[in-house]
Structures are given as structure tokens and as C-alpha cells.
Design a protein around this ligand. Structure first.
Ligand code: ADP
Ligand code: MG
Length: 449
């Protein structure tokens, strides 16, 4: 059997390849290596933990389907971090390398909780600090605060699942509760349906109603699913009456859940409802940097800023952009830098649609530097005015579609070469003076809303 595992892995790859876009296949499966394995466990080397998590999050289904097809289910995959893959180019024929690192501990099978989602790893910002405080409060005293249920909502990729699981992790490690169950609402429903079919509804009830903390993710999924809602309603009541903690997440406020049992909506209102809003630039940057630190990735500041500035609405996308960069570098053996980041992510990061006018930039810059708008346009040669003017010109070249001529025209009919000069001066200053760079970032952010 020993020699077969390479073949099995190749079959897994072949199967996955048919199911996902070619580009993604190359990015995510190219760097994987089949390590020495046996007939029950396939050891697979990944360049870093990020990579593993991305695979788990995005391709778990395809991989396990492939394995099922090939081995009829008795084969397991174990991933290993293989730092060697970081630098070296990956040869098309996978090379067998002894596992050099500890196997990765992923989800806890029993509680379904991923240890990475902790409060410590959760970066606080204006948009999420209330939700975090509430989550921490219930984790510290499950069932004993008025925050029962705790209902956290917000759009996708903003950390709801992270917070939900952090409650579980905290309660486990600080011994605040014994039995904790995390489930997606989809799993709740599937378990329920299975229980009905197998005449095992008692088992189902026992599983879900005997816990100290129930963490149920994405309950918008219950919309329109009456039977499941009813079952959840009973589960809810049973836990609530026993003083057990319930934490729910949703992608919308509870009052906007359609086709939802009114009694459930009203019960959610008994506890605490908290939203999560998209993070500001500083929070995004802190998240990216923290994540890179944790994974031992050296992310240049300008790349971190580029990422955080470009991807605003979704932390998951922000993280996967970073992973993609890291993956690219590990495949090609290149260093991570800003031009490369821009190139690699160009399809992902859409240039903002430009609605910023020269006029708006002029007013904002004048405002920011507290100088009269008129002097920005006039032939005023005072040093600070001239500097502000150059900044405004620079921003016009960057944020508008206007030609250099047209920009010059708007600044008191100046020549386009003056605009070029301003652009060069300011870009140079941005790269040589970090403080100044930050100030420009702020101005830019203000204008892009
Ligand atoms: P949601 O459930 O709201 O769709 P997730 O909880 O899955 O979002 O978060 C998406 C990714 O972003 C996860 O990897 C999570 O760890 C990360 N993330 C989100 N918010 C934060 C934060 N404030 N600090 C650190 N990581 C975060
Ligand atoms: Mg989620």
C-alpha cells in the first residue's frame, strides 16, 4: 500500500482540479506536497498555517468529496506545516518529505470550536467593541447576565463567527462552562432532519438541550424553515428556562428576519442585540498586522497599508488577499513588496469608481491645511500654500480621471508640467517621510468617504 498514497493524492488533486477554477487550483494546490503516508492517513505538507486555514475554509468540501470517491471514506488527511516549502519552488512532481512539524490542531471535534478564534486575537475598533464586550461578558458568566440571548448581527466577514467561537474558547479555558456546543444553523437543521428520518429526535433534543452554552451561527438561515424554527424555539425555551446561555449571530437585525416565527423574534429581544460595523482603516491595519505577526509572516508596512486601504468591507477578504500574496511568494520564491502586491491582487482589488472632483479635492485640502480656497488657485507663492497646492494637485492626479492639462487649468491655468512636478515631489515625500504619508492617507480616506 505504501507506494499508493502518492497515486491517491494525485487522484484527489485530479478530482479537485475539475471542480475549481484553474487559477485557484494552481495557487492553492500547487504548493501542497504529499508527505510520507500510510493507508489510513494522507500526510500533506502546507507552506504555512494560513494556507491550511484557507484550504479548510474554502476547499474542505471538494477535498473530502474527492477522498470519499477514492477511498470510500476510510482515509483521513493530516496537514503539516512545512517551512521548507516557503522558499523553494515547487516542482511539478510532488516530492516526499518527512513531516517536520507538528500536525495542525484544527477544530475540536466535540465542540466544533476552532482555537484560533479567541478574544485575544480579536482586534477591537469602534465598529465591534460593543459586541466584543458583550460577548466577553457572557463568556465570563454564561447564563448569568441579562444578555441572554446575545444576538450579534452584521454583514459578512466582520467577525461574528470569530466572536461566537471566542465565547466558547474563553468559557472552556476559564472553566466557565462544561458543555459548549457551536453549530451553524445549517448543521442544526441537518441534524434535525437526520434525527427525524432516523427516529432519533430524542437524541437530537438531548444534544442541543443539554448544553451550558449554545452558540448558533447565522440564524438567518432559518428564514422560511418552519419546522426547524419550531424545533429551535423549543430548544431555546428549554435552555433559557434552565438558565443556560444562548448566543446567536445573523447577517441582519432580528427584526428584519423574514418568514420568522414572531415569538422567536420577540425572545431575541429579551436579551441583548448588538451589531458589528465595518472596521475603520486603523482597525483593518491592526488586524492585518496582527494576523501576519501570528503567522510569522513579515509583511512590509506599505503592503499592509495597501491591503487595508483597498479592502474595506470584509475582513475575510482582507485576510484572503494576504494569504494569496503569501501563497504567491511561496510558489515563486519572490519577496513580498508593494509592486508585487498590486500586481498579484489586481483582479481582486478594484480601483474605486472615481466620483471625486478636482473641486472637492481643492476644498478638502484647503480645509485640512486651514488656508483659503482662493489662495490655492491664485499665484500665491507662500511656502505652506504652495505645498498644499502640490498636495492637492497630487491627489487630483491620483483620485480623478482628469488629464494633467485639465488639472493645471483648474489651478489657475498652470502648465501641465507644474502638475507633473507636484506629483513627483509629493510622491517622493510620501515615500521618504512616513508621517507625511500617513497624513496624505488620512486626507485620501476622507475624500473617498
Ligand atoms: P463573519 O462570521 O462575520 O462572516 P468571521 O468571524 O468569519 O466573519 O471573520 C472573518 C475573518 O476575519 C476571520 O478569519 C476572523 O478571524 C477575521 N476577523 C474579523 N474581525 C476581526 C477582528 N476584529 N480581529 C481579528 N480578526 C478578525
Ligand atoms: Mg460567520
Amino acid at each position: 500500500m505504501k507506494s499508493d498514497y502518492k497515486e491517491i493524492w494525485q487522484q484527489v488533486l485530479d478530482s479537485v482540479q475539475q471542480k475549481i477554477p484553474h487559477e485557484s487550483f494552481l495557487t492553492w494546490f500547487g504548493p501542497l506536497r504529499c508527505l510520507d503516508s500510510d493507508n489510513s492517513i494522507l500526510n500533506i505538507g502546507v507552506p504555512n498555517r494560513f494556507f491550511y486555514e484557507f484550504l479548510e475554509a474554502h476547499y474542505r468540501k471538494q477535498i473530502s468529496e474527492a477522498i470519499e470517491e477514492i477511498s470510500s471514506g476510510d482515509l483521513k488527511i493530516k496537514y503539516h506545516i512545512m517551512p521548507a516549502a516557503k522558499s523553494g519552488k515547487v516542482s511539478p512532481k510532488s516530492q516526499i518529505i518527512e513531516p517536520v512539524n507538528r500536525p495542525l490542531s484544527g477544530y475540536d471535534e466535540k465542540t466544533q470550536i476552532n482555537p484560533r478564534y479567541s478574544f485575544d486575537n480579536f482586534v477591537e475598533g469602534d465598529g465591534n467593541s460593543f459586541a466584543k464586550a458583550a460577548a466577553l461578558a457572557v463568556a465570563e458568566a454564561p447564563g448569568k447576565t441579562p444578555f441572554n440571548p446575545l444576538f450579534i448581527y452584521g454583514s459578512t466577514g466582520l467577525g461574528k463567527t470569530h466572536l461566537l467561537q471566542a465565547v466558547g474558547n474563553f468559557a472552556v479555558s476559564n472553566k466557565k462552562a462544561k458543555r459548549i456546543l457551536f453549530a451553524t444553523s445549517e448543521k442544526f437543521m441537518n441534524d434535525f432532519i437526520f434525527a427525524i428520518k432516523a427516529y432519533k429526535t430524542t437524541d437530537f433534543s438531548r444534544t442541543y438541550r443539554s448544553v451550558d452554552i449554545l452558540l448558533l451561527d447565522d440564524i438567518q438561515f432559518f428564514q422560511g424553515k418552519e419546522r426547524t424554527q419550531l424545533e429551535f424555539f423549543h430548544t431555546f425555551n428549554s435552555l433559557y428556562q434552565a438558565g443556560k446561555q444562548i448566543v446567536l449571530t445573523s447577517d441582519r437585525p432580528h427584526k428584519e428576519l423574514d418568514d420568522f416565527d414572531k415569538r422567536l423574534i420577540s425572545r431575541i429581544g429579551w436579551g441583548l442585540v448588538s451589531d458589528i460595523q465595518p472596521p475603520d482603516f486603523e482597525t483593518r491595519l491592526a488586524i492585518v498586522q496582527k494576523r501576519a505577526d501570528q503567522e510569522g509572516i513579515s509583511l512590509p508596512d506599505d503592503v499592509a497599508e495597501f491591503l487595508s486601504r483597498s479592502i474595506k468591507e470584509n475582513i475575510r477578504e482582507l485576510e484572503s488577499a494576504m494569504i494569496r500574496l503569501v501563497a504567491h511568494c511561496s510558489i515563486t520564491g519572490t519577496d513580498l513588496n508593494l509592486p508585487l502586491a498590486k500586481e498579484v491582487l489586481k483582479d481582486l482589488i478594484q480601483e474605486p469608481i472615481i466620483v471625486i472632483s478636482i473641486d472637492l479635492i481643492q476644498h478638502q485640502v484647503a480645509d485640512h491645511f486651514k488656508i483659503p480656497y482662493d489662495s490655492l488657485i491664485a499665484r500665491n507663492r507662500k511656502k505652506d500654500v504652495a505645498h498644499a497646492r502640490q498636495i492637492a494637485m497630487f491627489l487630483c492626479t491620483e483620485l480623478t480621471n482628469s488629464s494633467l492639462q485639465s488639472i493645471g487649468l483648474h489651478f489657475g491655468n498652470r502648465d501641465h508640467s507644474t502638475v507633473i512636478h507636484a506629483r513627483n515631489m509629493i510622491s517622493h515625500e510620501i515615500t521618504s517621510n512616513t508621517e507625511f504619508g500617513k497624513e496624505i492617507d488620512k486626507l485620501r480616506a476622507k475624500m473617498s468617504g
